[in-house]
Design a binder for this molecule. Structure first.
Ligand SMILES: Nc1ncnc2c1ncn2[C@@H]1O[C@H](COP(=O)(O)OP(=O)(O)OP(=O)(O)O)[C@@H](O)[C@H]1O
Length: 474
């Protein structure tokens, strides 16, 4: 059997930042005058092992601040590790932060030469590649303008064109592609396919889970600087979904490469941050707290309810990390009030990310404050441009409930399969009804939640008609 060659080997990698509360502490420390420790240690990466083989396309996923960019920067040599081993076998071309390696005052062509020589090409070699680079970037006369005048889209076109046309053995891309328009993205992903066929190695970070599942052979999941696991994109996206809703748990931990449990991560993070275990698995604990305070209209509502003499409700404090939109629009008389909402996948696991074709259920809990003769419960789904894609309600579905009394609590579920194309969607919920002849909105939560659909096979338009396609020779 042919032995696979390693392209990137990372072992026991740590990156620790010193965080100072005051600038004077930093100064005292840098002058070597500090008698006691004046900083806190922050682990951007903690004991990470990673092997990537030649010809693989590997995606790194994880929440904000999980260490994705840090590991790429260390592999490409832009950043030094605190300790650990990093070995690279092959010429790397990297597309990291937009603008890295570019001189803003130079024009596009001058920057092509600047970048090319930085990677180790001679002027003559770059001369030979220049036309391919300019053709791929396709930014016309702008190549003669200083890059400081470029839009971020133009910038990424040129940077990507340079990165892929200088014939790297290992291509490293950090998120940058999301800046380009869809046509350019398609061209880049096509190039990825070509690269893979040529046996080149690709390592890329993206929040676009569809791209990860479509192009990667393998995915790595980072959280709070710790590698939670690696495996098939589907498996890791699934684990990532659980991290997002705070339900991550893996059955086995054990030896090297084993998956850690939330409590291990929290304990490890807490140790590095000064000892106390932070119950929040989403990263910065205080930021998370602020989020839930700011965006949780439910909490504000509770106090409003109390003021109006209604019983205080036990509401689930949902947060932005759980897909809740802090800018959701809310109104209604609140005679019936939506007090909780969440999405579960086909296994009954709470999530905000569903694979196209899979079943999912929208759950809505409603507290009835005043007798309501015949409430209508509704769900609708919009795309991020605001186009209403689909929706339904208990009236059209003929799921009637009559004579609902004050004090009751109801759970309404909408279960269906995802036929939407890959992308982000916004869910709206409502409770309305007729009081005599007059239509009343009891409670509406517009665009309250985000739902991400992951797809590696998008058809045309808003939804997949699940066509049964046959081609026959006659
Ligand atoms: N110069 C720095 N000083 C201190 N902390 C830093 C520095 N750079 C990064 N960090 C911290 O290191 C951690 C990892 O950051 P990194 O940028 O690698 O995350 P990421 O996964 O790429 O996030 P995102 O998805 O938001 O791009 C974060 O907690 C970040 O705050």
């Amino acid at each position: 059997m042919e032995e696979r060659q390693l392209a990137i080997h990372v072992e026991g990698l740590n990156k620790v930042y010193k965080l100072y509360d005051h600038n004077r502490d930093r100064l005292v420390d840098s002058l070597g005058l500090a008698r006691k420790k004046r900083y806190r240690e922050h682990y951007a990466l903690r004991n990470v092992d990673l092997d990537i083989y030649q010809g693989e396309c590997v995606g790194i996923i994880g929440t904000n601040g999980s260490g994705k960019s840090t590991i790429l920067k260390i592999i490409t040599g832009v950043l030094n590790e605190t300790d650990g081993v990093v070995a690279v076998n092959g010429r790397i071309s990297a597309l990291l932060e937009l603008g890295a390696g570019f001189n803003m005052e130079y024009n596009g062509i001058e920057n092509v030469y600047l970048n090319g020589t930085m990677i180790g090409f001679s002027e003559k070699e770059i001369d030979e590649k220049l036309q391919d680079i300019l053709d791929f970037a396709d930014i016309g006369e702008y190549v003669y303008q200083p890059v400081k005048t470029y839009s971020s889209g133009m910038f990424v076109r040129l940077a990507f064109a340079v990165a892929i046309n200088i014939d790297p053995e290992i291509l490293i891309v950090d998120e940058a592609l999301s800046v380009g328009d869809v046509f350019f993205q398609a061209k880049c992903y096509h190039k990825f396919e070509e690269f893979k066929k040529q046996g080149k190695t690709i390592l890329f970070v993206s929040h676009d889970l569809s791209a990860i599942s479509k192009y990667c052979d393998r995915a790595v999941l980072l959280n709070q600087g710790v590698k939670l696991g690696e495996g098939s994109p589907k498996e890791m996206i699934d684990a990532y979904k659980r991290v997002l809703v705070g339900q991550y748990e893996m059955p086995e931990t054990g030896g090297k490469g084993g998956l850690l449990q939330d409590k291990d991560i929290r304990a490890a993070a807490a140790k590095a941050d000064g000892g106390t275990v932070n119950e929040n698995v989403f990263g910065n604990g205080s930021a998370q707290e602020n989020n839930s305070k700011e965006n949780n209209s439910a909490e504000n509502e509770a106090s409003a309810s109390e003021k109006s003499g209604r019983t205080a409700l036990k509401k689930h404090p949902r947060t932005q990390a759980q897909g809740v939109n802090p800018q959701a629009l809310e109104y209604g008389t609140k005679e019936a009030e939506i007090i909780d909402y969440y999405v579960t996948d086909g296994n009954g696991v709470e999530t905000t990310t569903i694979l196209k074709g899979d079943p999912f259920t929208m759950h809505m809990r409603v507290h009835i404050h005043e007798d309501v003769p015949a409430p209508i419960f509704a769900l609708s789904i919009k795309n991020i441009k605001g186009v209403e894609i689909t929706g339904t309600n208990t009236m059209v579905e003929r799921a009637f409930l009559e004579g609902v009394k004050a004090g009751e609590e109801l759970e309404i579920t909408f279960s269906q399969k995802v036929r939407l194309q890959g992308g982000d969607y916004l869910l709206s919920l409502g409770v309305t009804g007729y009081k005599g002849d007059s239509f009343t909105v009891y409670h509406r939560l517009y665009d309250i939640m985000n739902l991400t659909v992951i797809s590696d096979r998008d058809t045309v338009g808003y939804f997949d008609m699940e066509s049964d396609v046959k081609v026959a020779r006659l």
